[in-house]
Design a protein. Sequence first.
Length: 236
Amino acid sequence: MIETAVQVLDSVEPVDDVPEAFAEVVEERFAARVGQRFVLFLSGGPTAAACYDRAAEQADVDWSLVDIYMGDERFVAADDPAANQRLVREHLVERVGDVGSFTPMPTDAGDPDACAASYDAVLRELVHGHGIDLIHLGLGPDGHTASLFANSASLDVTDVFALATEDPNGRNPHPRLSVTYPVIDSARSAVFTVVGTEKHDAIAQLQDGDDLPAGRVAAHEILWLVDAAAFYGKVG
């Protein structure tokens, strides 16, 4: 039986070092991969940066066998400081030096819908082929994950794999590109990394059963790596 992310959270205990735990998950899932290649979807944000630094330093992975894709992206230039793909390049791809491939979401066509359609075609071939071994997800203070925001039409999309979207609540800037739940839920493993007291309210709401976007994830395996500050709402 596949559980949703909010159901899995019921049995989670906080971890001492989220980036270290993330590196261990990458190493373990790479070792247990179903084929020669390992398909890894990544995200953005400061917690992701710390996780990728640690994975580059510590994970015993043959990165030449790893194919990296993005779960979401801000619709900005590839070298913009806000670009998730820039973060992934700087904190992982350039550090390990020899990944099998890196396929970021395109943001250079000027039309978010056209860029989303281009990535949709890539994802369809991937999901119906090798599949996704591990997708890394974050949790926003508002409960969003990837760029799936509360009150957004994207939450109910089932026939599109990548779409252009934005935060209808106005909390998160920039138009976005995002994968949809069918992509996330197809992954063999999904891992959330959550750090800091600013994430506690979202964790508490999920534990109370509130319908937040992150709680709807239903991948085959779901892992929550949550530090004590996010879990308890205080440090120490």
